[in-house]
Design a protein around this ligand. Structure first.
Ligand SMILES: N[C@@H](CCC(=O)N[C@@H](CS)C(=O)NCC(=O)O)C(=O)O
Length: 226
């Protein structure tokens, strides 16, 4: 698997996958991890968010009106182009295009585990990710621009994140396989791992959440660096 970095106006030969992302973004990393595990080559276009605010330029807003990365551009062998944004939607688009036969990191549509996996991805996307992003903003991003953190918000976020860690711990304990769903790592594991384990932010208390700690270590060993 390799990512070939391309510039904005570079012509690409069909068929291809192109990911619009921003450096260390965990939302972008979710998709990079998936490409790695699916062993599929892709093009990578870096969108300069803090510097030039490229994500607010009209060419980018045309592909994603919300001005956010990641965005996936897929051009098939007949030249048909599909744009997908929202990391959860991109993740399921990719596994249903690329993992449909072997289902190494996903389940079939008619398997109840497909929806369980989807459920945990949505839990992370709506409950954990948003609080973790606010934590990143308060603890790292705003202070780097000289803006003081909001202590009350930081404390509230810690409470919200603690609740989410307890939910993951219970699920991992009940499932008992070392993964969130079924007996293999699936989209929900990879998706959640990017925000839980791949940031220089306060982590959870490992003594309190032993299953979550073991899960992080397992995914770390199985996914490896990008
Ligand atoms: N719900 C979206 C969140 C994407 C997101 O927040 N992306 C950030 C980078 S990590 C971004 O593009 N921020 C720029 C902005 O909101 O203006 C997803 O899961 O794809």
């Amino acid at each position: 698997m390799s990512a070939t970095v391309v510039t904005k106006d570079q012509e690409l030969q069909a068929p291809y996958f192109k990911l619009y992302s921003y450096n260390e973004s965990p939302n972008g990393k979710k998709i990079k991890f998936l490409f790695k595990l699916l062993k599929v080559d892709y093009y990578l276009q870096n969108v300069d968010i803090p510097g030039h605010q490229e994500n607010r330029e009209s060419w980018f807003l045309k592909i994603n009106p919300s001005g956010r990365i990641p965005v996936l551009e897929h051009v098939d062998e007949n030249g048909n182009k599909k744009i997908v944004y929202e990391s959860a939607a991109i993740s399921y688009y990719l596994v249903n295009k690329l993992d449909k036969k072997s289902r190494e990191i996903s389940y079939d549509f008619d398997d109840p585990l497909y929806y369980e996996d989807f459920q945990w991805t949505v839990f992370t996307a709506t409950t954990y990710d948003t609080a973790r992003f606010q934590q990143l903003l308060q603890l790292i991003i705003l202070p780097s621009y000289g803006v003081a953190q909001n202590e009350r918000l930081v404390a509230d976020l810690a409470v919200q994140l603690e609740k989410a860690y307890a939910v993951y711990e219970t699920q991992l304990k009940n499932n008992g396989t070392g993964y969130l769903v079924g007996d293999k790592k699936t989209v929900s594991d990879i998706f959640s791992y990017a925000w839980i384990a791949c940031l220089a932010l306060p982590q959870f208390d490992a003594a309190k959440y032993p299953c979550l700690k073991a899960w992080c270590e397992r995914l770390n060993a199985e996914i490896g660096p990008l």
